[in-house]
Design a binder for this molecule. Structure first.
Ligand SMILES: [Zn+2]
Length: 429
């Protein structure tokens, strides 16, 4: 059975061009991209553009946009799993067909999707975001209690706190055992955590080099929540693959990233989301609001400088801080920071797939790739209104609107094979 997506325009993300074209799909994979294609079945794409399914490199499915710590206190333990299922559906419906989970989702959530129990994007999971004592993911509060950000540690979600190289080695092995596809570490303080500072670097080289060494031995990469200049440089120096947030970049940090091919995932929506929530009357902790206001300007300036310098930027939103399903709002913010709309679309498809190591299967419309596709009404380069113009979403060639559980199971079986590669080289600097 060959289905042709016919009569629209195509942005295949192999370059920056949009042109009239058709896409032929067979057995959940793309078999041909061209003009005047024939098939057994046809999807009318008149007035629409066909794009690769979008990829968000930074989401938290077990967090649902409520930043009031008392909300976390009142949330029953297992409710987070059901909320994650809803958040995954909302993300897929928004046109996001693959994601990287930056902390919270365990292997069971990913497998539930792969087996078709719940709908959602294909997942690359980090499970736990590693943090030093007093760091960004230390849930300890001044009252002495812990208030969970991503969920209370459980057998599928190892405790995030680690200090010293020996503990680091063991913790990475524990995460690999738990099913992590990537290791997430916080190499600086953050905005929402009450007792740290986004301008302070966290973890020392001795800890980060063991982290990267152990991850590499398991064939996986590392992503770093890194806001402070120090924390960014330590991450890059030690061969971590992507800098998340990147609030305080300086010229040297940008040079180091260019030199080593480090990716940047801006998450421009996140600080805006914190202020939006506070303005709407949500009980966001006051210190988080103060820190958010402190970093906003530096964040935009850093991302703009990195874009101008040609750093590899991959789209990521930190959804969970903001409600899930609004992911594509990030593109307009990247364009505000100096990206062309075409480059923002590539950052949300091909470059994101490369960062995740799933580019053999997704990220562009090319023969052999999985038929993860989005139909956008009109011109996708008008990124301001892009989130409102998603006409249809296909994952593994199947429309999510007519999807059965069996269909999802088949599509998942088609799978995404992550390419295993050496970590970015560690160099002195
Ligand atoms: Zn995050």
């Amino acid at each position: 059975m060959r289905t042709v997506f016919h009569g629209g325009q195509v942005f295949d993300a192999t370059n920056h061009d949009i042109a009239d074209g058709d896409v032929a799909v067979e057995d959940g994979r793309i078999v041909e991209v061209g003009t005047g294609l024939d098939g057994d079945d046809e999807v009318d794409c008149a007035g629409a553009t066909v794009l690769p399914g979008f990829i968000d490199c930074h989401v938290h499915f077990t967090v649902s946009g409520n930043l009031d710590p008392m909300h976390a206190v009142r949330t029953p333990f297992s409710l987070r799993f059901f909320e994650a299922a809803r958040n995954m559906q909302a993300t897929l419906a928004a046109g996001i067909t693959s994601i990287r989970e930056a902390g919270g989702s365990d292997l069971g959530i990913k497998v539930a999707r792969d087996q078709g129990l719940i709908d959602g994007p294909r997942m690359t999971i980090s499970i736990t975001a590693l943090s030093q004592t007093g760091g960004h993911c230390d849930d300890w509060q001044v009252c002495g209690a812990s208030v969970p950000t991503f969920g209370v540690p459980h057998p599928g979600l190892p405790d995030p706190i680690v200090d010293g190289p020996d503990q680091m080695r063991r913790k990475v092995r524990e995460l690999v055992r738990a099913g992590a596809d990537v290791i997430k570490v916080c190499t600086s303080g953050g905005v929402l955590s009450p007792r740290d500072d986004p301008r302070h670097g966290h973890f020392r080289d001795a800890e980060l080099s063991v982290l990267v060494e152990e991850a590499a031995a398991a064939g996986i990469w590392v992503m770093a929540h890194a806001q402070a200049t120090d924390g960014i440089k330590a991450a890059v120096r030690n061969g971590i693959r992507s800098i998340e947030h990147g609030i305080y970049l300086d010229d040297e940090a940008i040079e180091m990233m260019l030199d080593r091919g480090t990716y940047l995932v801006p998450t421009l929506m996140a600080p805006r989301g914190v202020l939006e929530a506070a303005d709407a009357g949500m009980a966001v902790p006051p210190e988080a609001v103060v820190k958010t206001k402190m970093v906003m300007e530096a964040h935009s300036a850093s991302i703009s400088a990195a874009i101008a310098a040609g750093v590899n930027v991959a789209m990521g939103t930190d959804s969970g801080v903001t409600p899930h399903g609004r992911n594509l709002e990030e593109l307009a913010l990247m364009v505000e920071c100096g990206m062309t709309p075409e480059r923002a679309l590539v950052a949300t498809t091909r470059t994101a797939a490369e960062l995740l190591g799933v580019e053999a299967d997704v990220g562009t419309l090319e023969p052999g790739k999985l038929a993860d596709m989005v139909l956008v009404d009109g011109d996708p380069r008008q990124v301001d209104t892009l989130p409102d113009r998603i006409r249809a979403v296909y994952i593994g060639g199947r429309s999510i609107t007519h999807q059965t559980q069996a269909d999802v199971g088949d599509a998942a079986e088609a799978g995404v094979s992550r390419s295993l590669r050496a970590p970015l080289p560690r160099r002195e600097g």
